[in-house]
Write a new protein. Structure first.
Length: 244
C-alpha cells in the first residue's frame, strides 16, 4: 500500500470512528413535560369514593368525571402549545411517552390510525349515519384524552410517532395495583422503573422530550446513568384544574 492510499485509509478510519461516536452519543438534554393523567370512569369513581366522606350517586360521580375531563382537555390544549414550541425549536419528530412499551405500542398506534381516519372523514355526510355521529364524537373525545397531547399531535401529523419510554417488565412490576385490587407502592420497583425509563431516553441524541407524570423526578436517575445530560422539568398552568 503506497503512502497516498495509506493516508486515505487512515482518514476513512477516523471518519468511521467519528460516525460511530455520533450514533451512540447521549442526548444533551432531557425535557420532562409534566403530565396530568387520564383515568377511566371506574378508577375515577373508586378514587372519589375513597376520598369523599359522604356517599355520592352515580349521576354526581359522572358530573364530577365530566368536569375532570374538561380540566384535562384544557391542560392538554396547553401541552399541545408547549410541545409545538419544542417541536419547532428542536426539530422533533417524536417524543417518549409514559406507559408506552414495546408490548402495547401497536395497540396505541392503532388507536391513532383510527382517530386519523375519523378526523379525515367526520365532515363527510356519507361516512356515517347521522344518529351515530354524536357517539363517534364522544368516543373520539375520550380517545384523544387518553392518548394525550403528544398522541393528538401524531394524529394531526405534527409528530411522526410516539416512542416507548417504558421497559415492559419494569413497568409491570412497578404497577401498584395488585391482582386482588389492593394498591401497594413499591419504592424500589418504582426506582428501577425510572432507571429503565432513563436508559431508554439515553438512546436518543440531541434534545429528547418525555411526557411523564409530575410525581416522577428523574434527577437522581440521570445523575447516575447520564451525568453529562441536562434535565429540565416543564409544565403548564393548572390553576382551575382539580384532581379527583
Amino acid at each position: 500500500m503506497n503512502q497516498q492510499n495509506s493516508n486515505k485509509m487512515h482518514r476513512l478510519l477516523i471518519l468511521l470512528a467519528l460516525l460511530s461516536n455520533v450514533a451512540h452519543a447521549e442526548p444533551t438534554t432531557v425535557i420532562h413535560v409534566l403530565n396530568w393523567h387520564f383515568v377511566s370512569l371506574d378508577d375515577f369513581a373508586a378514587d372519589l369514593k375513597a376520598n369523599t366522606g359522604k356517599p355520592l350517586t352515580d349521576d354526581q360521580i359522572k358530573e364530577k368525571y365530566w368536569a375532570f375531563q374538561d380540566d384535562l382537555k384544557a391542560i392538554q390544549n396547553q401541552q399541545i402549545v408547549l410541545l409545538r414550541q419544542l417541536i419547532k425549536k428542536h426539530k422533533l419528530k417524536s417524543v417518549y411517552i409514559e406507559g408506552l412499551t414495546e408490548k402495547n405500542k401497536k395497540e396505541v398506534m392503532g388507536a391513532i390510525e383510527s382517530l386519523k381516519e375519523y378526523e379525515k372523514n367526520k365532515a363527510d355526510p356519507n361516512w356515517s349515519p347521522p344518529l351515530s355521529r354524536g357517539f363517534l364524537e364522544l368516543f373520539a373525545r375520550q380517545d384523544k384524552l387518553e392518548l394525550g397531547a403528544a398522541g393528538q399531535l401524531v394524529v394531526k401529523g405534527e409528530l411522526d410517532t410516539l416512542l416507548p419510554a417504558e421497559d415492559s417488565k419494569a413497568f409491570e412490576v412497578a404497577n401498584p395495583v395488585r391482582s386482588d385490587g389492593k394498591v401497594i407502592f413499591d419504592k424500589m420497583a418504582d426506582e428501577r422503573r425510572e432507571d429503565a425509563i432513563v436508559s431508554n431516553l439515553l438512546k436518543g441524541s440531541g434534545v429528547v422530550v418525555i411526557v411523564l407524570g409530575e410525581d416522577h423526578d428523574l434527577t437522581d436517575n440521570i445523575k447516575r446513568l447520564g451525568p453529562s445530560v441536562e434535565y429540565r422539568r416543564v409544565g403548564v398552568p393548572k390553576a382551575h384544574a382539580k384532581k379527583p
